[in-house]
Design a protein around this ligand. Structure first.
Ligand code: ADP
Length: 169
C-alpha cells in the first residue's frame, strides 16, 4: 500500500535534486600541471562530493587561449596571460554538483593568491597572480560558454554515482 507513494516521493526527490545540478568548467593551468598538482586539485573537488563528468589534457593554441579569455582582451596582462595558457599542457575538466559553480570558486580562492585564504587551492598552493595554477568559471553563463568552448557534447558523461545518496541524502 505504501510502496507506491514512497517510490513516487523518492522519484520527486531525485528529480528535484537533478534540477539543482550544475556544471562548471575547471582548468589546471600549465603551472599547476608542471608542478605536479593535478591529483591534489582533482582530489579537493572529488572529496567535497562534486562529480567529474569530463576531463582531458591538451596544449591550447594562443588563438584558443584568446577566445577563452576574450572578456579580458582590454587588460594589460591579456597577451602574457594567453601566451602562458598556451605554453604547455592544461587539464580541462567539467565538474557537476549542487552549487558547484559558486562553491568551486570558493575552493579555488581569490584571483591573487596573496589574497586567497589558507585552505583554498590558490591560498595553499600558489604565490603570485600570474601563476595561480587553476581556472574556474565565474557564473552560470560563463560556465555554459566555457564548457561549450572546451568540450564537445559527447565528451560530457552523464552518470549516477552510488555516493550521491550519501552526499545529498
Ligand atoms: P579568475 O581567474 O580568478 O576568474 P580573472 O578572470 O580576473 O580571475 O583573470 C583571469 C586570469 O588572469 C587570472 O586567473 C590570472 O591568471 C590572470 N590575471 C588576473 N589579474 C592579473 C594581473 N593583474 N596580472 C597578471 N595576471 C593577472
Amino acid at each position: 500500500v505504501f510502496a507506491l507513494p514512497v517510490a513516487a516521493y523518492m522519484l520527486q526527490e531525485q528529480e528535484a535534486h537533478a534540477a539543482e545540478m550544475e556544471r562548471t568548467f575547471i582548468a589546471i593551468k600549465p603551472d599547476g600541471v608542471q608542478r605536479g598538482l593535478i591529483s591534489e586539485i582533482i582530489s579537493r573537488f572529488e572529496r567535497k562530493g562534486f562529480k567529474l563528468v569530463a576531463i582531458k589534457i591538451l596544449v591550447p593554441s594562443k588563438e584558443f587561449a584568446q577566445q577563452h579569455y576574450d572578456d579580458l582582451k582590454e587588460r594589460p596582462f591579456f597577451s602574457g596571460l594567453c601566451e602562458f595558457l598556451s605554453s604547455g599542457p592544461v587539464v580541462a575538466m567539467v565538474w557537476e554538483g549542487e552549487g558547484v559553480i559558486k562553491y568551486g570558486r570558493k575552493l579555488i580562492g581569490a584571483t591573487d593568491p596573496q589574497k586567497s585564504e589558507p585552505g583554498t587551492i590558490r591560498g595553499d598552493l600558489a604565490v603570485v597572480v600570474g601563476r595561480n595554477i587553476i581556472h574556474g568559471s565565474d557564473g552560470p553563463e560563463t560556465a555554459k560558454n566555457e564548457i561549450n568552448l572546451w568540450f564537445k557534447p559527447q565528451e560530457l558523461v552523464s552518470y549516477t554515482s552510488n555516493a550521491e545518496k550519501w552526499i545529498y541524502g
